[in-house]
Design a protein around this ligand. Structure first.
Ligand code: LRH
Ligand code: MN
Length: 431
């Protein structure tokens, strides 16, 4: 039986002052919103329904090719990763699921892991395949690609891996698989630009055919790295072509860090929504490349504008709109749990602010060509301090007013650092 420390040990006792200050801040904001004809309660309820999945590969300290600086109390097993993920949900009320990466976090005992997760109040979101590394004893290498590889035997091996990932996910109660392919070339001429894409589509058809009932397949685009000339699924257009060719249960996953500088990501989101092909997100932030930084840390207005598109889709009850919200970050210098707590908070905040848009006025200004007031309708929402709404939603969910401060006050990190002696954390990344 898998045992670990329960999140219940993370006591939530906001100081009396903190609670009183929160209540006054909330009442003041509710009064302000009422003057704008908005109900604070409605937004608190919406934030209460918001949920994002924790990536299993981000619960230990991440690193780069230049180094990794492990922190105290790193999780040494999947069970310890689940325990840490449960703390993130306990303190935010908004992270009830974990997204596993296979084989990085392949469970030895699926039934035991599922039972432990249930005990911790967690479920499983989309599972992630991995054909961007060779595993020990793997017959054929993915050095020159997987689904796009010239050798059919390598392509078959990659398809088999995806079937296996689906089986693991199904046994855990997941209902989707995310396929990110590192496939591409680093030199002009190295790879046929069209044939490689056709081969990827062919292999994805086999994976699609293996989807259990009710499952979805998410294709994840990325402009470069590890391929530095042409990536087969390089952009949202390539991802959309695949999802449209595969069928209605194939949709596109948007990793915020997978866009060239200055890309209008909210426009990409709007296009995929319009095509009924927005399957989900890997939330993070970046300044330059796929930096995997804390969501909202570099471009908070951009994150708000993405959530604005999502709230519009929600309000319109857009057909097939069921996005899988997941995080995908590398916690190189912050405590991984604190970084995840901050991330969930930033996502809850961006969602709350997007709910604050006066949609009636916005449409009126857009239709009447009042550019300035249309822009201001968004800015007024973004510039509203919505933190009391998010804190109130967490308070009602039995979570923390301030998750990071509650985590620090709990002493959880020090406690697990003392308990997690012996055994080592196996970092996922290519170190
Ligand atoms: C690729 C990616 C993909 C994962 C990996 C961990 O950069 O975003 O989603 O498989 O990171
Ligand atoms: Mn990703």
């Amino acid at each position: 039986m898998l045992t670990t420390h329960t999140a219940e040990q993370v006591a939530l006792s906001p100081g009396a002052d903190a609670l009183r200050h929160h209540e006054r801040d909330y009442e003041a904001l509710a009064e302000r919103l009422a003057r704008r004809g908005q109900r604070a309660e409605t937004i608190v309820d919406a934030v209460g329904r918001f949920a994002v999945a924790v990536p299993s590969w981000a619960l230990g300290t991440g690193g780069t090719r230049f180094g990794r600086f492990p922190g105290p109390g790193e999780p040494r097993s999947l069970a310890e990763k689940l325990a840490d993920a449960a703390v993130v949900h306990r303190l935010t009320g908004g992270a009830p699921r974990v997204s596993l990466h296979i084989p990085w976090d392949e469970p030895d005992d699926v039934a035991a892991l599922r039972a432990l997760a249930a005990e911790l109040g967690l479920g499983f979101d989309a599972v992630n395949s991995n054909t961007f590394q060779d595993q020990p004893g793997q017959p054929r290498s993915y050095k020159l690609g997987s689904f796009s590889h010239p050798d059919a035997a390598v392509r078959r091996q990659a398809v088999e891996h995806h079937r296996h990932v689906i089986e693991v996910g199904q046994a855990l109660g997941a209902d989707a698989i995310t396929v990110w392919l590192a496939d591409g070339s680093s030199y002009p001429g190295q790879m046929s630009l069209r044939q490689s894409f056709d081969r990827v589509l062919d292999c994805l058809r086999d994976v699609y055919a293996a989807l259990p009932a009710g499952w979805r397949l998410f294709t994840e685009h990325k402009p470069y790295e590890p391929a530095f000339y042409a990536t087969v699924v390089q952009d949202w257009g390539s991802s959309l072509l695949l999802a449209q060719a595969l069928g209605e249960r194939a949709q596109c996953l948007v990793d915020l860090g997978h866009h060239l500088p200055n890309t209008n990501i909210e426009l990409v989101v709007a296009r995929l929504l319009g095509a009924g092909k927005l399957g989900g997100f890997h939330f993070n932030d970046s300044k330059y490349g796929d930096d995997d930084l804390t969501a909202g840390s570099i471009k908070p207005y951009g994150l708000f504008l993405i959530f604005h598109e999502l709230v519009l889709a929600e309000r319109e009850r857009l057909a097939g709109f069921r996005p899988a919200y997941m995080m995908d970050q590398s916690h190189n210098i912050k405590d991984p749990i604190e970084d995840l707590l901050q991330t969930v908070d930033q996502l809850q905040l961006a969602y709350a602010k997007a709910q604050l848009v006066d949609h009636g006025a916005l449409t009126e200004y857009q239709e009447s060509g009042d550019v300035l007031l249309a822009e201001r309708a968004l800015k007024d929402a973004f510039e509203t301090d919505a933190r009391p709404l998010v804190a109130e939603a967490r308070r009602r969910a039995g979570a923390a007013l301030d998750p990071v401060l509650a985590f620090r006050a709990s002493g959880y990190r020090a406690r697990v650092a003392a308990q997690r002696t012996g055994g080592t954390y196996a970092p996922p990344r290519s170190l």
